[in-house]
Design a protein around this ligand. Structure first.
Ligand SMILES: Cc1cc2nc3c(=O)[nH]c(=O)nc-3n(C[C@H](O)[C@H](O)[C@H](O)COP(=O)(O)OP(=O)(O)OC[C@H]3O[C@@H](n4cnc5c(N)ncnc54)[C@H](O)[C@@H]3O)c2cc1C
Length: 349
């Protein structure tokens, strides 16, 4: 299976149309195996699609007579057959990797002979070996890269105002294999690409548009970064859209960065840490004061726990008074979070 086959397969698995089982079989044994695994993932794909995919378990093709004779020849031909008093050339069970035949040994014992479809092994092993992100490492791209849209203002307007997917996108790429060789097998790597997009308020049909948008993102990466041959090195990929965040993680409108940081929704104007309508309820997270992003969210947790500690008289470390710090002279001050500022003794004491 080439990269194009993988993309075709995953489009069939995750797309809105029914999976084409003939097409999956044509993609090869690994595609059939992946389809069979997904047939059991009702929570992921939905019952109807899984029911269709389950057809991959029952529609195994038995080898046609010529292929079967070739397989016998491959296993020793007449010498192989001479071990049996009888050998039923018609299988009584068929699976994707092989088929099972009734036979009787020369000593009269009845046996079942499993014939492994030999021609599948090399291609299956090759396909398995390829299933990891990219089959190369792009050393010319640093760990972090941010590419801004050509017209940044209008690209932001298309996200927040007109709420549409445009061609002029900004994106972030993390190419971690250049600093940590252990995030992928030797010689391979994985890229993480983040593209800001309108939330679920936009009414965008994600299922319909996601593959076209994915192609657009790849085109932009090729155009704006040194990864000119990216498409031909992709072995596996996974896509998360706002619809996925909404459905799978219960993120409101799939807006993973939560309430926008507009002036009227920032800092004090964000929902307060102490819930206003219900006593003894406290909020923590991106939608709460002071704002979104992990460092800020940790701060939100610290603020909420401090309010609770204050209320119940539990001792806690208070934010240090910065005016006290201003009087410190000849001292090294190591700035961490304000309340954790560590004051060191003067150097050379
Ligand atoms: C792709 C991506 C990249 C990001 N990159 C960065 C970054 O580089 N730096 C950064 O600072 N921030 C980044 N962020 C943002 C950051 O991850 C979020 O702002 C942060 O995780 C929000 O934290 P939270 O606790 O508010 O909500 P969440 O992390 O969303 O936690 C809410 C939890 O509640 C669970 N939940 C929802 N509904 C229910 C329910 N009814 N019952 C029980 N549980 C429920 C959810 O499953 C989830 O686990 C990124 C976000 C995304 C999606």
């Amino acid at each position: 299976m080439g990269w194009g086959d993988f993309i075709r397969l995953f489009r069939m698995l995750f797309g809105s149309r029914d999976p084409d089982l003939d097409e999956i079989q044509k993609l090869g044994l690994l595609a059939v195996k992946i389809g069979q695994v997904f047939a059991l993932s009702i929570d992921f794909l939905g019952a109807e699609k899984c029911r269709k995919l389950a057809g991959l378990y029952s529609r195994q093709n038995k080898l046609h007579p010529e292929a079967f004779e070739a397989l016998i020849a491959q296993n020793g031909g007449d010498e192989f057959l001479s071990k049996f008093a009888e050998f039923d050339r018609s299988p009584f069970a068929v699976a994707s990797v092989g088929q099972v035949h009734r036979a009787r040994l020369r000593n009269g014992s009845d046996v079942a002979v499993k014939m492994v479809k030999g021609d599948l092994r090399p291609s299956f092993e090759r396909d398995i070996a390829r299933v990891v992100g990219l089959d190369k490492i792009y050393r010319e791209l640093p760990h972090h890269t941010i590419v801004f849209a050509d017209d940044y203002r209008s690209s932001i307007q298309s996200i927040f105002d007109s709420k549409e997917l445009t061609d002029d996108i900004s994106f972030y790429i993390r190419n971690s294999s250049v600093t940590d060789p252990y995030v992928a097998p030797k010689g391979r790597s994985g890229l993480y690409v983040l593209v800001p997009a309108p939330n679920q308020n936009s009414g965008i049909d994600r299922e319909k548009q996601k593959f076209e948008f994915r192609d657009r993102v790849i085109r932009k990466i090729v155009e704006r970064t040194p990864l000119k041959d990216l498409e031909s090195h992709i072995i596996a990929e996974q896509m998360m859209t706002p619809l996925d965040w909404e459905k799978k993680s219960n993120v409101y409108l799939g807006a993973t960065f939560n309430l926008a940081h507009t002036l009227t929704q920032m800092l004090y104007f964000r929902p307060h840490n102490g819930f206003e309508e219900i006593d003894n309820m406290y909020l923590v997270g991106g939608g709460t004061h002071p704002g979104s992003g992990l460092p800020t969210i940790y701060e939100s947790a610290r603020i909420s726990s401090n309010i609770i500690s204050e209320k119940y008289g539990v001792p806690y470390r208070k934010p240090s008074d910065l005016s006290e710090k201003s009087g410190v002279r000849n001292r090294q001050v190591h700035h961490r979070a304000p309340e954790e500022t560590i004051e060191l003794e003067p150097a050379g004491k």
